[in-house]
Design a protein around this ligand. Structure first.
Ligand code: PLP
Length: 399
């Protein structure tokens, strides 16, 4: 079925080598915190995974904290800095994942001053706004490495450098970047970074938080003092072992992303734009993840398109109405200056390492036929959902 899966930014299939090893890892069922014999095997799995991830990221194993996912890593950093910093100002972008955006909003309700950096129609961060707002009052800057919807990449090293000059901490949500583009934590000199295993062909429910040596982490979850008191709760040994296993393949995956996957994505966009009228790529000239294509397909409702593709066995994402149970178009696309109608006509296609040109070509043929049919029916629904009385949204989550 993965031949018809075009939603790798939502999650990736599990790597066959992970599947093969699962029973092995599961045989270490003891509690890694136990001092007796049953704890030794799982403790070793954790240690090995931490080391492999640290090696892949070029950091010390002591700088890594296992969490339940990217959302928890993000929330931990924001809440921890809010609680422990003597400064009250936070800076983030207008296009962050909801785990950042909503936590920032919650901090604002609790007294933080939060500024959201705008982006241009091309998906480029407003650096003048950033410089104006950054001050010695800024506790933390949090800007993602790459956007989950458009794939746009932000200049993390440069942003972190400016933050450092005013003594502010810097966090990046690198969930979508890992194993797709180089992630250079030490070169960028960030204080914190978040990762998620299920975007890297490993299992769901495991995340990683990088906290530079000396960068404080106040645990979000209080418990038995696991992860050097930085994250309470018995570790997800199986998922962590799988993540560590995949860490040994990050550089290969990254290489494939930068070559085969990029070529496929470019081929896909070229075909779609030349063979389907009224299609625009969102910010094609800005730095982008090699696997992601965010499109506006005019006069077609994104959700209707998604469902029609689903009926043909294809999995994609819409750029609209993808916040759970929420008829609003994607805040990311609106922040880029798209109209509601444009955002509702958006489609996100995200590719992965095992796909072939034949699969992409088949997908394009199906998409073409569906777009022609929907346009001929004249039932796009675009625009109607922008009205006040729209009630018919289907659920979904922004991933
Ligand atoms: C940019 C970004 N940050 C954070 C997350 C959340 O990661 P997780 O699903 O592991 O909580 C996602 C995934 O949806 C994401 O795309």
């Amino acid at each position: 079925m993965t031949g018809k899966y075009f939603d790798y930014n939502a999650t990736t299939p599990i790597d066959p080598s992970v599947r093969e090893n699962l029973t092995n890892w599961a045989s270490e069922w003891g509690n890694p915190s136990s001092i007796h014999w049953a704890g030794r095997g799982p403790k070793l799995l954790l240690r090995e995974a931490r080391l492999k991830l640290a090696t892949a990221l070029g950091v010390s194993p002591l700088e890594l904290v296992f969490t339940s996912g990217g959302s928890e890593s993000n929330t931990t950093v924001l809440k921890s800095v809010f609680k422990t910093s003597s400064r009250g100002h936070f800076l983030t972008s207008q296009v962050e994942h909801p785990s950042i955006a909503k936590t920032m909003q919650a901090l604002a309700v609790n007294g933080a001053k939060v500024d959201f950096i705008p982006v241009s129609r091309e998906g480029v961060l407003d650096l003048d706004f950033y410089s104006e707002k950054l001050s010695t009052e800024t506790a933390l800057v949090s800007v993602m490495t790459a956007n989950n919807e458009t794939g746009h990449i932000f200049p993390v090293g440069q942003l972190a450098e400016s933050a450092r000059q005013v003594g502010a901490l810097f966090h990046t949500d690198a969930v979508q970047a890992l194993a797709k583009i180089p992630v250079s934590l030490k070169e960028w000199k960030v204080d914190y970074a978040s990762f998620s295993a299920h975007k890297c062909y490993a299992l769901k429910g495991v995340g990683l938080l990088y906290a530079r040596k000396g960068a404080l982490i106040e645990s979000l979850i209080l418990g038995g003092g696991q992860e050097r008191h930085r994250r309470g709760g018995t570790e997800n040994v199986l998922g962590i072992a799988a993540f560590g296993h995949m860490a040994e393949k990050f550089s290969l995956l990254e290489k494939e992303s930068g070559s085969q996957v990029r070529e496929l994505r470019d081929h896909l966009e070229k075909r779609i734009c030349s063979e389907i009228s009224g299609v625009l790529v969102n910010g094609p000239g800005s730095p982008r993840l090699p696997n992601t294509s965010s499109l506006i397909i005019s006069d077609v409702d994104g959700e209707t398109l998604l469902m029609s593709l689903d009926l043909k066995g294809y999995a994609v994402s819409t750029g609209a109405a993808c916040s759970s149970g929420n008829p609003e178009p994607s805040p990311t696309l609106l922040a880029m200056g798209l109209t509601r109608a444009e955002a509702q006509s958006s489609l996100r296609i995200s590719l992965g390492v095992s796909q072939t040109e034949a699969q992409v070509d088949e997908f394009v043929e199906t998409l073409k036929a569906i777009v022609v049919r929907l346009r001929s029916l004249g039932e796009s629904g675009v625009g109607r959902r922008g009205s006040q009385d729209f009630v018919g949204s289907r659920g979904g989550v922004s991933v």
